[in-house]
Design a protein around this ligand. Structure first.
Ligand code: M6R
Length: 353
């Protein structure tokens, strides 16, 4: 897992590949979606499981903000059994590292039978899902072996970002925003490298908290989607119970669980939401929580641990802000003496129901 975490500068770089070339339109040689088709779409579904679904949540923000088409993200295991409203005006995107996840493949078959176009995002060339989908685009993360998915997630978001730009360019929408985002994406591999330098600081923090029983992850907007993924990583490999909540939801229930010494992990990367989130963090500090903050903002407050990461556009910030949380889960698991790469009860690909 650590090897794969450290490979992310390369996996993100490879996923960008030659899809973004400065001063020209994004290129996807295997995708021939026309302006006429994309203009007819009134709904996009992004369907996936686990970490891939969390990447899909970033895809929603990206496609909605650049293409102005509503996007729904759903767990494949739910989607396949609930008769979703789909027709030829729906584009269904299926995200799967392995391309072998049974629920995701079944969901794709259902969408296809209802007349939707299906687009698979996979990391494995020739995997089962790629044989079923109308179109496939590949992340180029390289083989991911550890059960806990890390580099696949950051590559999936990178690819979803480039795809969203591609659709917007075809649709002639938000072209200026697309140009800015392309430049920001090209900076990511070096920024991922920079973010990985926080490892030692995170290892030290892990040594202080590895015996805890519960942890909480909070954030707003894109930061909340990273909280979900950080919480999943921690559960999977450290067996610590954790919950992720939108920061603003704390007061609607979960704050009852905050007591002296509980660790609350917050992600703060959106300038427009930072003050709101800080006031939520103050509330947990008042109740005795320990605070671990991942941020790219200048903060004038006292927290127990602040992990500084590079600044980028908030829609792609999860590619950087997840890295400290991957490292935190890894070092906690190591401290506990667990088998990081083969956590109990889990398989790398869930090929049966
Ligand atoms: O191969 P897939 O991307 O379809 O796998 C989906 C999930 O099973 C997977 O992301 C799982 O949640 C990971 N163990 C998360 O680390």
């Amino acid at each position: 897992m650590l090897k794969e975490i450290n490979e992310q500068p390369k996996s993100v770089r490879e996923t960008i590949g030659s899809r973004i070339v400065p001063n020209s339109k994004t290129v996807f040689p295997d995708l021939n979606l026309t302006k006429e088709y994309l203009s007819s779409i009134n709904k996009v579904f992004i369907v996936a499981c686990g970490t891939a679904m969390h990447a899909g949540l970033s895809g929603k923000t990206l496609i909605e903000s650049l293409c102005e088409i509503p996007v729904e993200v759903e767990a494949a295991s739910e989607f396949r059994y609930r008769n979703p409203i789909i027709n030829e005006k729906t584009l269904c995107i299926f995200v799967t590292q392995s391309g072998e996840t049974a629920d995701t493949i079944a969901a794709l078959k259902l969408a296809k039978s209802k007349g939707a176009k299906t687009l698979a995002i996979s990391n494995v060339v020739g995997s089962s899902i790629t044989r079923e989908a109308d179109f496939t685009v590949y992340t180029h993360a390289g083989p991911e072996i550890a059960v806990a998915s890390t580099k696949a997630y950051t590559s999936q978001i990178t690819l979803l970002a480039i795809l969203a730009i591609h659709f917007a360019e075809i649709l002639d929408k938000n072209l200026e925003k697309c140009e800015e985002l392309k430049n920001d994406i090209l900076l990511l591999p070096n920024q991922v490298e920079e973010t990985l330098k926080t490892a030692e600081q995170i290892k030290n923090f892990a040594q202080k908290v590895y015996k805890e029983k519960d942890m909480f992850f909070i954030g707003r907007g894109a930061d909340y989607t990273v909280a979900l993924e950080g919480s999943l990583k921690l559960k999977e490999i450290s067996y610590i119970h954790s919950e992720a909540y939108p920061s603003g939801e704390l007061k609607h229930g979960p704050i009852a669980l905050i007591e002296n010494g509980v660790t609350v992990i917050s992600v703060l990367t959106n300038r427009l939401l930072v003050e709101k989130s800080i006031s939520n963090i103050q509330e947990v500090i008042t109740r005795g929580a320990k605070t671990f903050i991942v941020t790219n903002q200048e903060l004038n407050h006292e927290f127990d641990e602040v992990i500084k990461i590079p600044k980028t556009n908030s829609v792609i910030a999860p590619i950087l802000s997840i890295i400290p949380l991957q490292l935190l889960a890894y070092y906690i698991s190591k401290e506990k003496g667990l088998d990081v790469d083969k956590p109990r009860n889990l398989a790398k690909s869930v090929t049966v129901e």
